[in-house]
Design a protein around this ligand. Structure first.
Ligand SMILES: [Zn+2]
Length: 218
């Protein structure tokens, strides 16, 4: 019979598991997640300002993996593996208490950037916000309490940037086909619930921010 060395978590008498190694330290299944967290915090302390390391990326992945094994994935991380999350995460803050990161998703032809907080203190990942890269004329009108007609007039005279839905729909559809998902329904199919006409205007989110800025400065 194979014998395992004891768990290296202080005061734990349990034997370590065969698959619960964290950079040379063996833990029992109960302390495996805590062991990853400890190594993760130690690695974060070693990092130079604004840089990551191979070990950081590996522990980030394993930390997420351990989290998702225990809790349901928050909105925006659903159907992503820990490796995909690690590979696609754009970090904006790394500290011993928390990590802030964002991920761009392409579930619809309008890409959305989700912001997350990975709490190292609480061993949790929280969804903070979701920002679509484009809004519809109706959404823009509602946000600024203007009529759809006024918005379309602003687009026509070039005071508001907009793009046709067809451009984004075509881009998204070819991306899906290229990544092997040829069976996805076409976003311009009128049978779809979220059907958006091909010629509809879509306004970049940067325009929402610009307009909000104009309003504030008035
Ligand atoms: Zn233990």
């Amino acid at each position: 019979m194979m014998k395992f060395e004891p768990c290296q978590w202080p005061g734990c008498p349990a034997p370590s598991g065969p698959a619960h190694f964290v950079y040379g330290r063996a833990y029992c299944p109960q302390h495996y997640f805590s062991g990853i967290r400890l190594a993760f915090v130690e690695e974060i302390r070693q990092l130079k300002e604004g840089q990551t390391s191979t070990r950081f990326r590996s522990l980030f992945k394993r930390y997420i993996e351990a989290l998702l094994a225990e809790k349901e994935a928050p909105e925006g991380l659903v159907r992503l593996t820990a490796s995909q999350i690690q590979g696609r995460a754009v970090l904006s803050l790394v500290s011993e208490e928390k990590i802030l990161f964002s991920i761009e998703r392409h579930g619809s032809f309008i890409p959305t950037t989700y912001q997350f907080e990975l709490s190292i203190k609480d061993m949790a990942v929280r969804h903070l916000s979701a920002k679509p890269h484009y809004v519809t004329v109706a959404e823009f009108a509602e946000r600024f309490e203007l009529s759809d007609r006024k918005i379309r007039a602003l687009i026509k005279v070039g005071r508001l940037k907009a793009t046709r839905a067809s451009v984004l729909q075509d881009m998204w559809y070819s991306l899906m086909v290229m990544s092997g998902r040829a069976s996805v329904p076409k976003p311009w199919d009128p049978a779809r619930l979220d059907f958006t006409p091909r010629n509809a205007h879509l306004i970049p989110f940067s325009e929402v921010e610009r307009f909000a800025g104009l309003e504030e400065s008035q």
